[in-house]
Design a protein around this ligand. Structure first.
Ligand code: AMP
Length: 224
């Protein structure tokens, strides 16, 4: 089973990707994770990639494309893979498509989590972490998971813990915009990559504006 998953930052792609990975038992190949591992191990690849990642830019295609195409040739990928974070632009989509054709491999599913840009941004900026348990969902902009109120203070909606904090990088509006500029770019960015696949194969699109459970239910219904 060869699968691609697309979705903007804030769409819950990581969560849904983990569910899809479990369903099919294929390796979850996340470009960002590979880069971060290389950076922490101090490899040549990590050294080359670090400056781009720190600036919130894409690592150049001549580094990223061979890295991923080689990763797909490893033994654990024989039964398939779930690619997450690649392709991230049109050039990467074209190269992946060419490589798959050459290897006579097909894509079984291309998944797209559809979410409007303003909502994706609010999702990220409204996220609040509960000190007791980071998995308690709290978001000041999403009605279904709005923090509760106690004595005029905002508290965790699950455990009523009073320490709700925002992650610093979730509040970095410029960084969020930079990532979204790449994702929502329909000319050469990630949306262009999604459209490239839409013109060639079936793309399963799910509405990312509902909750985690609703999105995964819709996704599971559409995947066999
Ligand atoms: P992520 O964890 O997916 O947010 O990726 C972290 C960073 O790794 C991105 O901001 C990029 O700098 C880099 N990166 C991840 N995937 C790609 C890709 N397909 N092409 C180029 N750079 C990437």
């Amino acid at each position: 089973m060869n699968i691609l998953i697309f979705g903007p930052n804030g769409s819950g792609k990581g969560t849904q990707g983990a569910i899809v990975q479990k369903k099919y038992g294929v390796p979850h190949i996340e470009t960002g994770v590979i880069f971060r591992q290389n950076i922490s191990r101090g490899t040549e690849l990590g050294k080359k990639a670090k400056a781009f990642i720190d600036r919130g830019e894409l690592v150049p295609d001549d580094i990223t494309i061979p890295m991923i195409l080689n990763r797909l040739k490893e033994d654990d990928c024989k039964k398939g893979w779930l690619l997450d974070g690649f392709p991230r632009n049109l050039a990467q989509a074209q190269e992946l498509w060419k490589a798959l054709e050459k290897a006579k491999m097909k894509l079984d599913y291309v998944i797209e989590i559809d979410l409007a840009r303003e909502i994706a941004k609010k999702r990220i900026m409204g996220r609040r972490l509960c000190k007791t348990d980071n998995n308690h969902p709290n978001n000041i902009y999403i009605d279904a998971i709005k923090p509760a109120e106690k004595n005029g203070k905002m508290v965790c909606r699950v455990c009523a813990c009073e320490e709700l904090t925002a992650r610093a990088d979730d509040q970095d509006e410029a960084a969020i915009d930079k990532r979204h500029n790449i994702y929502y770019d329909a000319k050469t960015g990630t949306v262009a990559a999604v459209n490239f696949f839409k013109a060639r194969t079936k793309v399963v699109t799910v509405d990312g504006s509902t909750g985690v459970k609703e999105v995964s239910e819709e996704l599971m219904k559409k995947l066999t």
